[in-house]
Design a binder for this molecule. Structure first.
Ligand code: G4P
Length: 190
């Protein structure tokens, strides 16, 4: 997706060899024009997929997925990160761990919103692939199916994209970053 590539080249910062800082336009300040274009690109890409709803995981996935939902005219369900196990049959949960942030949480959603549905997951970054795997497990608990995944930025130097592709998962990434150099701020994009 050319516009996202351009913004990453202009304003992305290689904080470390692994972390790409996109906070000036993506997840601290949000460029709504960019998000609208990202959402339209997802809607176009998934136009021939049969699905009932998008899901995303709070918080940085929300902006792109709201615009995807608007452009594709499909509902959007936001999966929350809860710190505790809820003793309430209206909710389903799946334990998850962020390798990037080093925190554990429970992906949590309302059963009624997803039960039996065909779902496309939208998320901002793909690193280890744990969110995708754990969202699929969560959906399966509600007899829902993960049809495909749309990612804004895949960090291909981390294992997520390779792992999911090898497992035969349908994953569309708008931008593939292949490497970062924090000393020169080089951001290598495929
Ligand atoms: P995985 O799902 O691919 O396994 O990734 P992992 O758990 O390791 O990390 C996911 C979290 O880390 C996400 O945030 C994602 O936005 C963030 N993240 C991963 N790599 C980068 C990066 O290079 N730059 C930035 N800025 N963020 C990165 P989150 O925990 O879902 O929280 P939120 O930021 O969406 O609130």
């Amino acid at each position: 997706m050319e516009l996202l590539k351009q913004r990453i080249r202009e304003a992305g910062i290689a904080r470390t060899e692994e972390i790409l800082d996109v906070s000036t336009f993506f997840n601290a300040q949000v460029d709504a024009t960019l998000m609208q274009a990202i959402g339209q690109d997802f809607a176009d890409y998934f136009a021939n997929h049969e699905f009932d709803a998008f899901v995303t995981v709070e918080s940085s996935g929300i902006a792109p997925s709201v615009f995807a939902s608007l452009a594709a005219q499909k509902p959007l369900v936001i999966i929350k990160k809860s710190q505790k196990v809820l003793d309430d049959p209206r909710y389903i949960q799946q334990e998850s761990f962020s390798f990037t942030k080093g925190n554990a949480y429970h992906l949590t959603t309302h059963l009624d919103f997803i039960q039996g549905k065909r779902i496309i997951l939208i998320d901002d970054f793909l690193a280890q692939g744990s969110v995708v795997t754990n969202v699929e497990t969560l959906l399966n608990k509600a007899d829902a199916t993960l049809v495909a995944t749309g990612i804004c930025i895949s960090k291909d130097y981390q294992p997520g994209f390779k792992k999911l592709s090898a497992a035969g998962k349908d994953v569309y990434c708008q931008v593939h970053v292949t490497g970062l150099n924090p000393e020169t701020n080089a951001i290598h994009i495929k």
